[in-house]
Design a protein around this ligand. Structure first.
Ligand code: ZN
Length: 473
């Protein structure tokens, strides 16, 4: 699917880094960035957007396959269900999927995301091996399934093959349930090498991702940094860190250092790094991450769903820290839901309102949306996620099926309504790098993607039922 490149567009109202601006003509460069932005009355006769337009957000953390199990783990099976009992269900599910299923699920997810305010995705991809744990004939088989899904939907992909070798701190051996994830350093390097050509051809970016300090040792992370230096210099580096209290306790038990402390001890964390979750932080860690220039990858809906905890967003943003948002387990697919949950978590904890506004931007939604768009693009290794010269020409038109019930759509409150007022999350056109991939809420490949997904889910349900049967015998 290759929609035509747009020359530009005229926005009646657009969210820019300086806040909302009216009557902007944007011209797009062939590489899909904004070449010029002027306030005028559209002398070039560019296509006009009457509805408010906001920069598209790059979703900086997803495990696509988990979209198909969202909703399957909302039944209490233990006296105390937790992240760890959820993870057992996730492992069981991961052990049923074929490459064809992966592709169909990822395409369905990416279709939902692109209609949910996102124009880019960072896929943190850790299912590599066949069902029995052996590598596929093409080691990169499942990464290529993700590539296909992104190409089918037009969502801009940064793909992170994940290095996963151990089950806990201290290089403990992996468990049988983790067999589809496990790589050694040579196997990992082979996947990266094999993906370089196809990624360049399709316009995808690649990055490096040690799964966590549980799954990769300090020595292995050092070797991954050497690999990065020789094969993908300056590429993004993402890692899960300090998501769960138990993870912090295990880290302390192992060497007396908290996960974020350990990470800064062993790795050159800088603005190319993205620390996923970073939920459980002490004061010094909040300051250290903010100072490093790294991006924190917040996944507020998943963190709520899994009972992870509350990120210290108010203090972190106050110290100038960067963040972006990810859909992680894909329990939610709208950027607005993630931002709403982020703000509400702070309100519930602090018993205040409008916690995450900024001195220069009193609208919480506009502040969070702008920062998440910037942070997501940074974490993806892309140009600026902002409607300004040099930024990506990726944007989302906000609409309502019932305009009269909304705030006057031609107002700066439109995004407040979109994020907080619960009138449904609707988008009109979505443009990715100067190409219109959704027109008036419709994606041209919608029917085919939904049909493939339905077929995949039928196969998966059957296999799950067979395995459940087997388990009972
Ligand atoms: Zn994750």
């Amino acid at each position: 699917m290759t929609p035509p490149h747009m020359q530009g567009a005229h926005f009646r109202l657009a969210l820019t880094p300086e806040g909302w601006r009216r009557n902007l003509s944007a011209r797009f460069a062939p590489d899909g960035t904004v070449a010029a932005l002027t306030e005028d009355d559209n002398p070039l006769g560019l296509p006009v957007y009457e509805n408010p337009v906001v920069p598209g957000i790059t979703n900086l953390h997803s495990h696509a396959f988990q979209y198909a199990m969202a909703g399957l783990s909302e039944v209490r099976r233990n006296p105390v269900d937790s992240f760890w009992s959820w993870r057992d269900i996730m492992y069981f599910f991961a052990l049923t999927l074929s490459p064809e299923d992966m592709q169909a699920i990822a395409a369905r997810l990416y279709l939902a995301l692109i209609k949910g305010g996102y124009t880019g995705i960072v896929e943190f991809h850790y299912v590599h091996n066949d069902l029995d744990g052996t590598p596929y004939a093409r080691r990169e088989e499942l990464s290529l399934a993700i590539f296909e899904a992104a190409a089918a939907t037009g969502l801009e992909l940064t793909h992170l093959p994940v290095f996963y070798a151990h089950s806990n701190f201290g290089g403990l051996p992996p468990t049988d349930g983790q067999r589809r994830f496990i790589q050694d350093l040579d196997g990992y390097a082979a996947i990266i090498e094999a993906l370089k050509g196809p990624a360049a051809q399709a316009g995808h970016r690649l990055g490096i991702a040690p799964h966590s300090l549980r799954a990769a040792t300090a020595d292995e992370i050092a070797r991954l940094m050497e690999l990065r230096q020789s094969v993908l210099p300056d590429c993004p580096v993402h890692i899960h860190v300090a998501e769960q209290v138990k993870e912090v306790e295990d880290a302390l038990a192992w060497n007396g250092r908290r996960p974020v402390e350990q990470l800064f001890d062993i790795a050159p964390v800088d603005e190319r790094w993205c620390l996923i979750h970073a939920t459980h932080l002490i004061d010094a860690e909040v300051a250290q991450i903010a100072r490093s220039g790294a991006t924190v990858g917040l996944c507020p809906m998943t963190e709520a769903n899994l009972g992870d905890g509350i990120f210290r967003a108010a203090e972190y943003l106050h110290q100038g820290g960067h963040f972006g948002i990810g859909s992680d387990s894909n329990i939610a697919t709208f950027a607005a839901q993630e931002l709403q949950q982020l703000e509400y978590s702070q309100r519930l904890r602090d018993r205040q309102r409008n916690v995450l506004a900024a001195p220069g931007q009193p609208h919480v939604a506009a502040n969070l949306w702008s920062q998440a768009a910037l942070g997501g693009a940074r974490a993806a290794g892309r140009p600026d996620g902002a409607l300004r010269v040099g930024g990506m020409a990726s944007f989302v038109e906000l609409t309502s099926p019932e305009p009269a019930a909304m705030a006057p759509v031609d107002s700066e409150a439109a995004l407040d309504f979109h994020v907080f007022a619960g009138r449904g999350f609707h988008v009109g056109d979505v443009c990715v790098r100067g190409k219109r991939v959704v027109s008036a809420g419709r994606h041209p490949r919608e029917e085919a993607i939904l049909a493939d997904y339905a077929a995949a889910m039928q196969r998966v349900s059957q296999r799950l039922a067979e395995r459940n049967e087997g388990g009972r015998r």
